[in-house]
Design a protein around this ligand. Structure first.
Ligand SMILES: [Zn+2]
Length: 294
């Protein structure tokens, strides 16, 4: 890769996808940003890409996805088939011990003060702290990317709850777990993967009680506490996993109507996007780490 004013740069990540766009004339690099964090250099490109917009598919296969903490993603069809079950990997919570240890080590090292350069050991210790954070973000991002892509490819209509994540974060004991679950990021990624694959994302009404409604008879419970993992219906006797029940209800909302919908039709549509944040399987690879000086 040749960068103006810097020259040839060797990158760890493949630049093939960007090159392909440049060769075909379907993309051009608008800007390049070089950042240094510790001993790592990152270059990210803002690229103008012409993406062929896939026409929206007919709504034949519908899935409802319930987002939770015990089970991260539960998916079901309107007919009650349980089609997706992803346990919560709790990426951040699991790495907390490692992070605390790395931070403790770093705090004992000689940091930069006025007129004094930070010690080599301080730099190494802080690099380890950053690495734990980066690993968490990476694993979390991978799971979201894989799941949203699979859903957008396999289903025509995907229904999720319209979550008020900011409101839920006010629940102090749960805040850490809710931010670790990254539901908001999951929905945000679904918004554009669905347009890429021609499927449709439906956000169920915020006040629709998907968890408290019986998926068999439609009776709505007045309350359902978070620790009730099984939904028992007093009206019809149904006993079903609480998340599966909610996912079935959401899926049916997708059949009922599409109030808040993303997804569009059309031909070729030029649009600027910073692909660094939105990695599409066919045109990603922008956050690259050139080993400058090698
Ligand atoms: Zn019932």
């Amino acid at each position: 890769m040749r960068v103006s004013r810097i020259g040839a740069v060797k990158t760890y990540e493949s630049m093939r996808k960007i090159y392909r766009h440049l060769e075909r004339g379907t993309g051009r690099i608008v800007a390049a940003t070089v950042t240094q964090r510790g001993s790592t250099w990152t270059i990210s490109f803002t690229v103008d890409v012409q993406r062929a917009v896939v026409p929206t598919r007919a709504p034949e296969k519908v899935v409802g996805v319930d987002l939770g903490l015990a089970t991260l993603y539960t998916g079901a069809t309107p007919t009650g088939e349980h089609v997706l079950d992803v346990a919560n990997p709790r990426h951040f919570v699991r790495s907390e011990k490692r992070l605390a240890h790395a931070q403790r080590v770093a705090s004992r090292r000689q940091g930069p003060r006025q007129g004094v350069a930070p010690s080599k050991r301080w730099q190494r210790a802080n690099a380890r702290v950053r690495k734990v954070h980066a690993n968490v973000a990476h694993s979390r991002g991978n799971l979201i990317h894989e799941t949203t892509t699979m859903l957008a490819k396999r289903y025509d209509v995907i229904v999720v709850e319209d979550l008020n994540v900011a409101g839920m974060m006010k629940n102090r004991p749960l805040a850490k777990h809710i931010s670790d679950a990254a539901w908001g990021e999951f929905v945000r990624q679904l918004e554009y993967t669905t347009t890429w694959y021609g499927s449709t994302l439906v956000k169920a009404d915020r006040f629709y009680a998907s968890s408290r409604t019986c998926s068999q008879c439609g009776t709505v419970k007045a309350t359902l506490s978070l620790d009730e993992r099984v939904f028992h219906c007093e009206a019809c006797g149904l006993a079903i996993d609480r998340d599966v029940n909610a996912a079935i209800n959401l899926a049916r909302q997708g059949l009922a109507g599409t109030s808040s919908v993303t997804g569009r039709g059309g031909e070729v549509r030029p649009g600027r996007q910073n692909i660094a944040g939105r990695a599409h399987p066919d045109e990603s690879s922008t956050e690259t780490q050139p080993d400058v000086g090698a």
